[in-house]
Design a protein around this ligand. Structure first.
Ligand SMILES: Nc1ncnc2c1ncn2[C@@H]1O[C@H](COP(=O)(O)OP(=O)(O)OP(=O)(O)O)[C@@H](O)[C@H]1O
Length: 260
């Protein structure tokens, strides 16, 4: 396997008025090409700081982040991010088609149209291209955001609580959609979630983080196979065992000092 993301001894200290604050410290892990890795951690443990460091939005105080062997220094060109808040990430004045084409400005018109059409079809929105985001349901808008990220064909797709703002049924549909498209397109994904069940259902591996300053407490392999199903997978012994293990690790949620 080829390493797509290499996070080595990463640490970040925010300087605030009331003093310095270590948000993450000594974070080390890799994501291999084609893997879907989920990150779970206690609230406020530093997940956003980790994602900001990977996406080049902040320069971490310590350690390194490399994307396919290239150190991240600024926003990498071949990275796409899907945020929780789809209503703020889509441009309301552009049609769905134009939203998906937006990051592809450097390509020819024909190629942009083809890639956007393909991505919209992958998320089941082939007939929504002429609509505006505000004419769609929340779940459909998030599908547009996913299509936009996929059309870009990123080396790494970062997802920050991508399904936290939709209802439970839509969440299940979007989870299955993600599993299908990442299989079809062999996308490498790092997904942050608060939802333990979601992390096990989606992940090839689950990284459990400690309390702030975040470190990796455990990297658990999810042996559930490629084909997953919302009913049978979630009721299988392997799933129940793993979710209990993640919950246990989170409940005891050691501070970074106790993690070795
Ligand atoms: N710009 C900043 N300046 C100072 N402290 C910050 C800043 N951003 C975050 N922090 C602090 O760093 C710690 C980690 O924050 P971060 O937002 O990365 O955690 P998180 O795990 O994403 O949180 P949540 O689970 O609530 O989404 C928190 O204690 C937070 O208060």
């Amino acid at each position: 396997m080829r390493t797509m993301l290499d996070v080595a001894d990463l640490g970040h200290t925010y300087q605030a008025k009331d003093g310095a604050h270590d948000a993450i410290d000594g974070l080390t892990f890799t994501v291999e090409a084609g893997e879907l890795v989920c990150v779970v951690g206690p609230s406020g443990c530093g997940k956003s700081t980790l994602l900001r460091s990977i996406s080049g939005l902040i320069r971490p105080t310590r350690g390194t982040v490399s994307l396919h062997g290239t150190p991240v220094d600024g926003v990498p060109a071949d990275l796409a991010v899907v945020f929780q808040d789809y209503s703020r990430s889509l441009f309301p004045w552009l049609t769905v088609q134009r939203n998906v084409e937006f990051p592809l400005r450097e390509l020819s018109k024909a190629e942009r149209t083809a890639r956007a059409g393909e991505a919209l079809a992958a998320v089941g929105l082939e007939n929504a291209g002429r609509k505006y985001p505000w004419q769609l349901s929340g779940g459909m808008q998030q599908r547009v955001a996913i299509a936009r990220a996929l059309a870009y064909r990123p080396a790494l797709l970062l997802m920050d609580e991508p399904f936290a703002s939709v209802d439970a049924q839509t969440r299940f549909e979007l989870e299955d959609l993600l599993l299908r498209v990442r299989r079809e397109q062999d996308t490498t994904v790092l997904l942050v979630t608060h939802d333990i069940d979601e992390s096990v259902y989606l992940g090839d591996r689950v990284l459990v983080l400690s309390k702030s300053p975040a470190r990796v407490v455990a990297a658990l392999d999810v042996g559930l196979g490629e084909k997953r199903d919302q009913i049978t997978t979630r009721s299988s012994d392997e799933f129940v065992e793993l979710r209990a293990k993640v919950a246990g690790l989170l409940q005891s949620a050691p501070t970074a000092e106790t993690v070795h």
